[in-house]
Design a protein. Structure first.
Length: 96
DNA sequence: TTTCTTACA
DNA sequence: TGTAAGTA
Protein backbone atom coordinates (compact mmCIF):
# COMPACT_ATOMS: atom_id res chain seq x y z
CA UNK A 1 0.00 0.00 0.00
CA UNK A 2 1.90 2.95 1.16
CA UNK A 3 5.22 1.15 0.95
CA UNK A 4 7.07 1.40 -2.27
CA UNK A 5 4.84 3.89 -4.01
CA UNK A 6 6.68 4.99 -7.14
CA UNK A 7 5.75 8.53 -7.83
CA UNK A 8 7.61 9.17 -11.07
CA UNK A 9 6.64 12.77 -11.34
CA UNK A 10 4.84 15.20 -9.12
CA UNK A 11 2.35 17.55 -10.68
CA UNK A 12 3.96 20.86 -11.35
CA UNK A 13 1.96 24.05 -11.36
CA UNK A 14 2.66 27.45 -12.72
CA UNK A 15 2.84 30.43 -10.37
CA UNK A 16 -0.73 31.52 -10.95
CA UNK A 17 -2.19 28.06 -10.32
CA UNK A 18 0.08 27.56 -7.31
CA UNK A 19 -1.10 30.90 -5.99
CA UNK A 20 -4.69 29.79 -6.24
CA UNK A 21 -3.99 26.40 -4.65
CA UNK A 22 -2.13 28.03 -1.79
CA UNK A 23 -4.55 30.91 -1.58
CA UNK A 24 -1.72 33.38 -2.07
CA UNK A 25 -1.14 35.95 -4.77
CA UNK A 26 1.55 35.28 -7.33
CA UNK A 27 3.14 38.50 -6.10
CA UNK A 28 3.52 37.06 -2.62
CA UNK A 29 4.75 33.76 -3.97
CA UNK A 30 7.73 35.52 -5.53
CA UNK A 31 8.25 37.46 -2.33
CA UNK A 32 8.45 34.24 -0.32
CA UNK A 33 10.91 32.80 -2.77
CA UNK A 34 12.99 35.95 -2.37
CA UNK A 35 13.16 35.29 1.35
CA UNK A 36 14.21 31.72 0.74
CA UNK A 37 11.00 30.22 2.08
CA UNK A 38 10.90 27.86 -0.87
CA UNK A 39 12.73 27.21 -4.10
CA UNK A 40 10.51 26.04 -6.95
CA UNK A 41 12.09 24.48 -9.99
CA UNK A 42 12.72 26.58 -13.03
CA UNK A 43 12.07 26.01 -16.68
CA UNK A 44 14.44 26.90 -19.48
CA UNK A 45 12.30 29.94 -20.06
CA UNK A 46 12.79 30.90 -16.42
CA UNK A 47 9.23 30.13 -15.39
CA UNK A 48 8.78 28.79 -11.87
CA UNK A 49 7.46 25.27 -11.48
CA UNK A 50 5.68 24.70 -8.17
CA UNK A 51 5.22 21.07 -7.15
CA UNK A 52 2.62 19.62 -4.82
CA UNK A 53 5.32 19.69 -2.17
CA UNK A 54 5.76 23.43 -2.68
CA UNK A 55 2.03 24.00 -2.32
CA UNK A 56 2.07 22.28 1.07
CA UNK A 57 4.96 24.51 2.13
CA UNK A 58 3.13 27.60 0.92
CA UNK A 59 0.24 26.70 3.17
CA UNK A 60 2.67 26.29 6.04
CA UNK A 61 4.02 29.75 5.33
CA UNK A 62 0.52 31.20 5.28
CA UNK A 63 -0.15 29.66 8.67
CA UNK A 64 3.00 31.16 10.15
CA UNK A 65 2.29 34.53 8.60
CA UNK A 66 -1.18 34.41 10.15
CA UNK A 67 0.48 33.56 13.46
CA UNK A 68 2.44 36.76 13.32
CA UNK A 69 5.73 35.28 12.24
CA UNK A 70 7.78 37.35 9.83
CA UNK A 71 9.36 35.92 6.68
CA UNK A 72 12.77 35.74 8.33
CA UNK A 73 11.36 33.62 11.14
CA UNK A 74 9.35 31.47 8.76
CA UNK A 75 12.46 30.64 6.83
CA UNK A 76 13.99 29.32 10.02
CA UNK A 77 10.89 27.31 10.89
CA UNK A 78 10.64 25.77 7.43
CA UNK A 79 14.31 24.91 7.53
CA UNK A 80 13.89 23.12 10.84
CA UNK A 81 10.73 21.37 9.70
CA UNK A 82 12.41 20.13 6.58
CA UNK A 83 15.32 18.82 8.58
CA UNK A 84 13.00 17.15 11.06
CA UNK A 85 11.10 15.40 8.32
CA UNK A 86 14.36 14.18 6.88
CA UNK A 87 15.58 12.76 10.20
CA UNK A 88 12.25 11.05 10.79
CA UNK A 89 12.17 9.63 7.31
CA UNK A 90 8.56 10.02 6.25
CA UNK A 91 6.39 10.28 9.27
CA UNK A 92 2.85 11.50 8.65
CA UNK A 93 2.82 14.94 10.12
CA UNK A 94 0.02 15.17 12.61
CA UNK A 95 -1.96 18.26 11.97
CA UNK A 96 -4.02 19.51 14.82
C1' DT B 1 -2.07 35.08 -23.08
C1' DT B 2 1.09 34.23 -19.38
C1' DT B 3 5.37 34.74 -17.00
C1' DC B 4 9.64 37.44 -15.60
C1' DT B 5 12.01 41.38 -13.26
C1' DT B 6 12.24 45.83 -11.33
C1' DA B 7 10.31 49.99 -9.35
C1' DC B 8 7.05 52.87 -6.88
C1' DA B 9 3.14 54.10 -3.55
C1' DT C 1 0.20 44.27 -1.18
C1' DG C 2 -1.06 45.93 -5.59
C1' DT C 3 0.04 47.73 -9.92
C1' DA C 4 3.06 49.56 -14.05
C1' DA C 5 6.27 49.05 -17.70
C1' DG C 6 8.91 46.42 -20.86
C1' DT C 7 10.39 41.75 -22.25
C1' DA C 8 10.45 36.67 -23.71
Amino acid sequence: MSSGRPEPDQPLYTISVAAELAGISARTLRLYERHGLLTPQRTEGGTRRYSDNDIARLRRVAELVASGVNLAGIRHVLDLQDENTRLRGSQPAEGE
